[in-house]
Design a protein around this ligand. Sequence first.
Ligand SMILES: [Zn+2]
Length: 217
Amino acid sequence: MNIITIPNGYLNENTYIVSGNSTDCILVDPGFDYPLIKSKILETKLSPKYILITHGHFDHIHSVDKIVSDFDIKDIFIHELDADFPFDPVKNASYWHTSFVMNTHKIKTFHNMDILKLLNFEIICVGLQGHTPGSTFFVFEKEKVMFTGDTLIKEDLGITHLYGGSHDKIIKTAFEITKMSKEYTIYPGHGTFSSIEYELNNNKYLRTAWQQYKQKI
Ligand SMILES: [Zn+2]
């Protein structure tokens, strides 16, 4: 498995190029900087076939239309609970910015815990609510890698004050994260990569949320 991280400018969201043992690749969260994303794809000589969207906020879907027009994309995947976000500036949180809506409607939705078989990978779609209702970890179990979107970023958790966000739900999510295997490397929607083990030791929000959740149950 090879992962290339592309930090987009502006909101610093990460786009990832994921490849295995073929010349095809998967893109995770195509962000703002399409010229940069395109040049990285061309540099790798890989062909993007699939797009995975960790959640429906505008900074994570901004280049989908351009990629679809320039490359031969087979499928675009998003959680069913965020499926209408790309087409609604309030839901995708772009209303204060450019009121962005995605034009591509050829998207496929998945349910919580669905398994996608793409390229040579098996990817478990773990829905973890709080940042948005359909926020998802794309878990590559065999490779011990997860793409965590904005739900879990290095030493932080996602914000919950945007449309559909929920503080209570991200606390529950944090508790779920504490039960995950420490072996996983995490690739978040913003900032540098980390690991579950590092976050369990250094993410104070994760620890606090876990304690709050335990007091509630
Ligand atoms: Zn977000």
